[in-house]
Design a protein around this ligand. Structure first.
Ligand code: FES
Length: 89
């Protein structure tokens, strides 16, 4: 699974670093519990401004893209839920 986390200034101001920390923790949890989770690799890419915040007046930050599906106003909780739902056995 590919997870892109935006660390552009808008997204960083609104918490993308804490989302990254949570994903790191989740990676450890996943690797230690192969009974509950697929062994699909969690590929995390850190990107400086994915461009979503530039094309709209609506607040979208922080933006996280999971397997090409963008999540706007992402929080640690919504991102963790999405990842876990995809990799849970
Ligand atoms: S700073 Fe994250 S989309 Fe622009």
């Amino acid at each position: 699974m590919k997870v892109k986390v935006c660390v552009g200034s808008n997204c960083t101001l609104l918490g993308s670093m804490s989302i990254l920390d949570q994903i790191d923790d989740l990676k450890d949890i996943i690797s230690e519990d192969s009974d509950s989770y697929n062994d699909e690799e969690l590929e995390v890419e850190v990107i400086k401004c994915l461009g979503y915040c530039k094309n709209t007046d609506v607040k979208v930050a922080p933006v996280v893209v999971i397997d090409d599906e963008p999540m706007y106003n992402a929080t640690s909780q919504t991102v963790m839920e999405k990842i876990i739902n995809k990799i849970r056995k």
